[in-house]
Design a protein around this ligand. Structure first.
Ligand SMILES: [Fe+2]
Length: 248
């Protein structure tokens, strides 16, 4: 309890600075404790969620990693942990609607999950997928096709972070034309990952190829940058696009 309280006080609040955040739904984060590389404890989850509530977010759909043999999360643990965290939010009077889906790595395990209809979705049958940073997996197109023919709406997490796409912008156009939704990371807007990633995010914004934004928050360590982002010029620019966040 004391740990929670003390860390909490150190987090600057935006609510008292006349800040109005036009985006009220945040849908990419790792806030279920100790099941991926995100938060380790419920206290850390609560610190992040209280700050998000202070920032004007009304709804958070958290998305733990599901990745081959590495992060074997799914229906057996995600909904239950989400429920436990919802109870703690209520207990601490933190006013934010919490849901959970997942961030799926495009791998062989995902092919099986599509076949078995074993997928955690959000919004209107949306599914968040990510790719390795090194190269595009051979089955990527097939997976996207399988998802779409099965009625899912694939959302590609942080397209600006895949160098092999950024170097060849036609790849973005190809995916965009195929109906894949693009979710840009908020941290990319201020160069948190690298200048190159920021440039790719800016290119996607300039070409109106951003359907949604997500924070990809992994813990309290990301809160300072998240709060800096919403005051940035690029955040203003991306918010001028018809983002789908608030419809999820
Ligand atoms: Fe993520």
């Amino acid at each position: 309890m004391r740990f929670f309280g003390s860390l909490f006080k150190s987090t600057p609040k935006l609510a008292d600075r006349n800040f109005i955040n036009p985006i009220t739904t945040e849908f990419h984060s790792h806030l279920l404790p100790a099941i991926d590389d995100g938060v380790r404890t419920f206290d850390e989850s609560l610190i992040v969620l209280q700050t998000m509530a202070d920032m004007g977010y009304k709804k958070v759909i958290t998305t733990p990693h599901i990745m081959g043999d590495f992060y074997k999360n799914g229906f057996h643990n995600i909904p239950d942990l989400c429920k436990q965290l919802q109870l703690q939010l209520k207990d601490k009077n933190i006013s934010i609607e919490l849901h959970a889906a997942a961030e799926y790595m495009v791998d062989d395990a995902l092919e099986t999950k599509i076949k078995n209809n074993d997928l955690l979705t959000f919004g209107d049958n949306h599914i968040l997928v990510e790719l390795p940073f090194t190269e595009e997996p051979a089955n990527f197109k097939q997976i996207l096709f399988d998802l779409q023919v099965n009625g899912y709406k694939p959302v590609l997490a942080h397209p600006e972070r895949y160098g092999y796409m950024a170097q060849r912008k036609t790849k973005y156009e190809e995916l965009y034309q195929a109906g894949i939704l693009f979710q840009v990371n908020l941290f990319s807007l201020v160069g948190y990952y690298s200048k190159e990633v920021q440039k790719s995010a800016e290119w996607l914004i300039a070409n109106k190829m951003v359907h949604m934004v997500g924070s990809d928050t992994h813990g309290p360590r990301h809160l300072d940058v998240l709060q800096a982002v919403v005051r940035s010029h690029n955040y203003q620019k991306v918010c001028e696009l018809p983002l789908l966040n608030n419809t999820l």
